[in-house]
Design a protein. Structure first.
Length: 377
């Protein structure tokens, strides 16, 4: 590696921005960030965007101002892991690197069901959340597919914003399967209060212009469809010959370094980070932040000739907003099993708002806070 290494960071989501700024500040490395849009997207607020709320506009150049980071707005087309370079869609000169941080995140799997790509809106993508917002101005019925955290936050935001519309939640499993009994009871009451019709154990097989077709042959009418039922990751790591799991997530060790290419680190949803006891961190901003902090420590330690410590995470938690004044905070084990006391109601809504402010404002500008939050063994 060169005396002054060049670190390329692919992706400028929560983990990519924080890691790039930390590396630029704490190392002597030259840092380049490549992202396909010129603004930061607060993905955790996309359900608010879809329901018509105002979301902050944050240009990446403002976030990186004064850091010395080189920002390239372009689409990554290919990673040449042997030559250590990244090809861009614009045809510009490939970006060479000494170390690569792969932080491309995840996106909605709209290929999972026939018609989803043509007729559904993926709330995970800001532009599609905006299109759902526009469609909601005239839609009389809306169906949200998927009852994970994103689906629950989306359906409750829409129902609260549009109390005069028919709002339906369709899930292939049971409602609140990952919650404790008390958590499930609160969730059912919250959806009932908002007038949301819930269809449990209903597998969607097709989406068309006027709604959903279920596996049992039932048709669910909907003028607008929000898709939150599944997520996938970019294929770039697999295509580059990097070790990946059966979902395409980069396989990394306890320091977030690729199992097959030691000059590559994977953080966030696009990497399968394992804890010391073998659990894989779930996709999500919280686990992604811990992984990013661990990767930062690992890179800086190795550059300084020190042996880095592996990621250590022992517990997790789901913090789900259910509209502006309600929510559920469910502590869990790393396998997703509920544990401890579940918290509900307005206090959780306030906690979630504080989390959104921290991740969407303070941590982006002062990412050292994320490092403090990381637990190292």
């Amino acid at each position: 590696m060169t005396t002054t290494p060049h670190i390329a960071v692919l992706g400028a989501g929560y983990t990519g921005v924080a890691t790039a700024k930390l590396l630029a500040k704490r190392t002597g490395a030259t840092v380049t960030v490549i992202n396909n849009r010129d603004r930061f997207v607060e993905r955790m607020r996309n359900h608010q965007l879809a329901s018509g709320q105002q979301v902050r506009h944050m240009p990446l150049r403002d976030l990186f101002k004064g850091t010395g980071i080189r920002l390239i707005i372009d689409q990554v087309m290919r990673i040449d892991a042997d030559e250590r370079q990244v090809a861009l869609a614009s045809g510009a000169e490939p970006v060479r690197y000494d170390l690569l941080v792969y932080a491309l995140g995840s996106h909605a799997d709209l290929d999972a069901v026939s018609g989803a790509a043509e007729h559904a809106h993926a709330v995970a993508v800001a532009e599609q959340a905006e299109r759902l917002r526009d469609q909601m101005r005239t839609a009389s019925t809306v169906a949200v597919v998927g009852a994970g955290p994103t689906g629950l936050e989306t359906v409750t935001a829409l129902a609260e914003t549009y109390p005069d519309r028919s709002v339906r939640l369709v899930t292939s499993g049971g409602l609140g399967d990952t919650l404790s009994e008390r958590g499930r009871e609160h969730l059912h009451r919250a959806l009932d209060r908002l007038g949301i019709q819930v269809l449990e154990h209903a597998k969607v097989t097709k989406i068309d212009t006027d709604g959903l077709l279920l596996e049992d042959g039932k048709h669910v009418t909907a003028d607008a469809v929000a898709w939150t039922a599944g997520f996938t990751v970019p294929k770039l790591a697999h295509e580059a010959g990097l070790a990946v799991d059966d979902r395409g997530r980069m396989l990394v060790d306890g320091t977030l370094r690729s199992l097959s290419h030691p000059d590559v680190y994977g953080i966030g949803d696009a990497a399968a980070a394992h804890t010391q006891d073998g659990h894989v961190l779930r996709m999500g901003c919280g686990p992604g932040g811990l992984a990013a902090a661990c990767a930062f420590h690992a890179i800086t330690n190795r550059l300084a000739g020190r042996i880095p410590k592996p990621l250590r995470v022992t517990t997790d938690a789901l913090c789900i907003s259910l509209g502006e004044r309600d929510g559920i905070l469910q502590p869990t084990d790393l396998d997703g099993s509920p544990r401890g006391k579940v918290h509900t109601g307005r206090p959780v809504a306030m906690i979630k708002k504080a989390v959104l402010r921290a991740t969407g404002w303070y941590n982006l500008r002062y990412p050292t806070l994320a490092v403090v939050a990381a637990r190292q063994g």
